[in-house]
Design a protein around this ligand. Sequence first.
Ligand code: TYD
Length: 195
Amino acid sequence: MAGRFIVFEGIDGAGKSTLIDEVSKKLESAGIRTVVTAEPTEGPIGMLIRSGAVKCISPNAEALLFTADRACHTSEIVGWMEEGTTVLCDRYYASTIAYQSAGLDGTVSGKEWLMDINRPVTVEPDTTILLDIDPEAGMRRVGERGARSKYEVTEYLGRVRSNYLEIAEEKGFRIIDASRPKDEVLRETMKILGE
Ligand code: TYD
């Protein structure tokens, strides 16, 4: 049987990576083979994005880079699923819609265009879980981790969060209140996956 494709979305500090590791452990101990993967990837385009080597970048150019990275990633994801492995993915196309249409530098990419460029290079996940959290609370967590990317600005993340909630409504993502204790968030996630 083909594996499932489960995506986790949310603003920086929502707790996606910790949750994904816990979910993977639980699924593996239930005999379900999983692979944990993330975007931006560690492939050549993902590494280019992370390197900061591309200067003077507009949200449109950035969206194209994230989407090109995703196009390669999608082939890998489909391959894993065909092998019967369940794929747990930290960010997918909704990240590009939510972030690149939020206008970090005052310019925005249109949501429709972002959807259009993503459609041919993505597959629809079986489930997308949106970890929803107030940016202030998210930033406190990121602060604890000590990492701050240019995207980690409270006001900007407020707009990213609204975009996420809008896409979630449109696409039927499952929304979890990520401000609650970790074990409750994990329990709710496992309940959704059980369905
Ligand atoms: P993140 O998940 O924080 O990766 P890591 O923890 O490994 O640094 O992603 C890095 C940043 O990239 C994050 O702030 C969100 C942003 N991003 C976009 O703006 N658009 C996208 O399409 C993706 C995948 C990420």
